[in-house]
Each structure stands twice: as structure tokens, then as C-alpha cells.
Design a protein around this ligand. Structure first.
Ligand code: NAD
Length: 260
């Protein structure tokens, strides 16, 4: 039997899906035939996504805002009657700096997007996927959810939390046919890492070029990854090829051995 990446009957929800890796998820699942629903906090990016995916459910919503997310999820249920694949993708890089220089407000803001957002999305996903008799829930963690990450303590803490949430939900939802996994990307080429390198350069006094070489040195394949590399993993995990995979923190990072 051949592996099928045909998603023609699938309804896929992606949070923070209007740019970055989330937009690549939306594009790749839509290209494989899926219906997509996207929310994002950036209204202009949502407008552009609406133009690109005219049939999609789209909403300007902040994943930390329970009311806005409820409105988005209600619309998904009204339009589709359920969902098959949910990707809790939203995440923020948080501040860069040693812990003595972190503020409580920045710490909380990072944990709010990365953990409160994942909680609200997973709570809804659990209900609709169980009711539908099964499905695939994918959380976006990071290499920082598997390693220590100097100068990025809020981010690393939140992504370890995402892995803990994933492991727990895989146990809670497995008996209902819902598979729960996390994808742990390494450094992904794009705007986000450009911003991260600029912040880390300010915090450490190193140049962005030095930081880039340090990141590459901590990866066995000596490379960064692309958003498409990450989307390939999501397509695989959500497909029948991944039907016995649950509870896994799935690295797409060229084998990161150190983030120091
Ligand atoms: N880019 C990387 O190198 C990398 C590496 C590992 C893990 N990740 C994780 O992958 C996921 C996607 O990362 P990315 O690089 O595409 O991020 P990004 O910073 O490029 O942001 C993508 C989208 O998230 C939206 N967003 C931000 N805060 C939001 C909120 N509160 N509510 C709704 N939408 C919000 C933004 O408007 C944007 O459209 C995140 O969870 C991130 O932590 C990224």
C-alpha cells in the first residue's frame, strides 16, 4: 500500500496561520486538498490570507484571548461541523537576555502566547476531535523544548511546557482515537529568526553572523531548516502514514545537540 498524502476530505485548523510557518502549513495542506481555517493576531496578514484562500475560515484573533478564540472556533464548527487536524502553531520568541535582566511582564507575555494559547487551542481541539471519533492534534514546540537555551529562558520554559502538554494529552485523548504530537523545529530560515538574531546580538554583544555560525555549529547536519521541511513533518504526522504515531516530540532540526 502506498503512503497517501491526499487530504481532500480533511478539515485543518492552523493558529497563527497568516504568515511564517503557519502560512506554509496552510498552503501545503490546501495544496493537498484540505479545507483550511486560519486565525492570526495580525489583521493585515489575515486579509492577505483571505485573498489567498477564499474558501477558508479566517479570523483576526489573538490566541491568548479566550473570547476571540471562542468566536473563531464557533465559526469553524458552524461552517464545518467539526475538524480533523488541529495545529496549535502560535508562538512567540520572547525576550533575549540573561535571567537577571528579564522582566516579569516579558516573561508572562511569552508564556501567555506559547502556553495559554496552546491551552485554549488544545481544549477546543480535544472536544471536537473526540466528538468526531478521532483526529490529529499537532503542537508546535521547538528544539528549545528539548534543550536548555541560554539567554532565552522564557521561550525554552514555555516550549518544555508545550512538550509536557502534548505528552499528557496524548494519554488523555489516545483512547478516543486522537493522536497528539509536537513538532520541534530547529532554527527556521525567515523573518522570525532574523528578529531573534537581532535581539540576541543586542543582548550578547556578538554579531548576527557570529550567532548564526554558533547555531549551525550546534547542529549535526550543520544547517538550518525551512518552513517547508517543517510542513513535510506535519503532513506526514497528520496522514494515515502517521496513524500509529502519538505522544512524540518530533524533531525537524538536522539534529540539534546544543543551543549554547
Ligand atoms: N521560526 C523558527 O525558527 C522556529 C523554531 C522553532 C519553533 N518555532 C515555533 O513555530 C511556530 C511558528 O513560528 P513562526 O516562525 O512562524 O512565527 P512568527 O514569529 O513568524 O509568527 C507567525 C505568525 O504568528 C502570529 N502570532 C503571533 N502572536 C500571535 C497571537 N498571540 N495570536 C495569534 N497569532 C499570533 C503572527 O502574527 C504571525 O502571523 C511558533 O510556535 C514558534 O515558536 C519557530
Amino acid at each position: 500500500m502506498k503512503t497517501s498524502l491526499d487530504f481532500r476530505d480533511a478539515r485543518v485548523v492552523v493558529t497563527a496561520g497568516a504568515s511564517g510557518i503557519g502560512l506554509t502549513f496552510a498552503r501545503r495542506f490546501a495544496a493537498a486538498g484540505a479545507s483550511v481555517a486560519i486565525c492570526d493576531v495580525d489583521a493585515a496578514a489575515v486579509e492577505a490570507a483571505r485573498a489567498e484562500f477564499p474558501a477558508a475560515v479566517t479570523a483576526t484573533a489573538d490566541v491568548t484571548d479566550e473570547d476571540q478564540m471562542t468566536t473563531f472556533f464557533d465559526e469553524v464548527e458552524q461552517r464545518w461541523g467539526g475538524a480533523d487536524i488541529v495545529i496549535a502553531n502560535a508562538g512567540t520568541g520572547g525576550p533575549a537576555g540573561v535571567i537577571e535582566e528579564q522582566t516579569l511582564a516579558d516573561w508572562r507575555a511569552c508564556l501567555a502566547v506559547n502556553l495559554d494559547g496552546a491551552f485554549l487551542t488544545c481544549r477546543w481541539a480535544a472536544r471536537v476531535l473526540k466528538r468526531g471519533g478521532g483526529g490529529s492534534l499537532i503542537l508546535m514546540a521547538s528544539s528549545a523544548g528539548l534543550h536548555g537555551y541560554p539567554h532565552r529562558s522564557p521561550y525554552a520554559t514555555s516550549k518544555w511546557g508545550v512538550v509536557g502538554l502534548m505528552k499528557t494529552l496524548a494519554m488523555e485523548l489516545g483512547p478516543f482515537g486522537v493522536r497528539v504530537n509536537a513538532i520541534c523545529p530547529g532554527s527556521v530560515e525567515g523573518d522570525r529568526m532574523d528578529r531573534v538574531l537581532a535581539n540576541e546580538a543586542k543582548a550578547t554583544g556578538l554579531t548576527e553572523a557570529d550567532l548564526r555560525s554558533r547555531y549551525v555549529a550546534g547542529v549535526s547536519l550543520r544547517s538550518w531548516v525551512s518552513a517547508d521541511d517543517v510542513a513535510e513533518a506535519a503532513l506526514f504526522l497528520a496522514s494515515p502514514a502517521g496513524s500509529k504515531i502519538s505522544g512524540q516530540a518530533f524533531s525537524v532540526d538536522g539534529h540539534t545537540h546544543s543551543l549554547a
